[in-house]
Design a protein. Structure first.
Length: 150
């Protein structure tokens, strides 16, 4: 649907991400919703008993709260839910594009890919009750990411 230009863009973003990981910088990544998404790190983790590839992003605009001024109740729930739904679609996109390309380029075969969004940088494994965080888990297979209940 997007053609070769998107593949080149994603490859360039992956290379930028690899260089940024060495410097501790965040790399902007384009997503369908247009929200600001910054790749903060790719973490390979075998502590679950199998290799998991964790792609961690900072997305300053996400929130589990209704926008300021919204009344509590149904309206607030719709706003917060819509924010997660928008982010979930972006996470699906990032897994199918950026994550699978990264895994292929590095000849990695993890049993699970986790895409995480946080509204601020959070050290892996460290609780931050003030941070908004969304997670989706996928099983890579058949050239795509297959969503798994997390």
């Amino acid at each position: 649907m997007f053609g070769g230009g998107l593949c080149l863009l994603l490859a360039a973003q992956i290379l930028e991400a690899e260089e940024a990981a060495l410097s501790g910088a965040f790399v902007p990544v384009a997503v369908p919703s247009g929200q600001q998404v910054l790749l903060s790190e790719v973490l390979l983790d075998d502590s679950p008993g199998a290799l998991w590839a964790r792609f961690r992003f900072v997305v300053p605009g996400i929130s589990r709260q209704a926008p300021e001024g919204a009344e509590a109740g149904v309206e607030a729930g719709v706003e917060a839910g819509a924010d997660f739904q928008r982010s979930a679609a972006d996470m699906d996109y990032l897994c199918d594009s950026l994550a699978l390309d990264y895994l292929a380029q590095h000849a990695l075969s993890p049993s699970m890919v986790v895409i995480s969004f946080s509204d601020r940088p959070v050290e892996f494994g460290t609780p931050d009750p003030d941070a908004t965080q969304f997670f989706e888990a996928y099983r890579p297979g058949e050239g795509r990411c297959i969503w798994e209940a997390f």
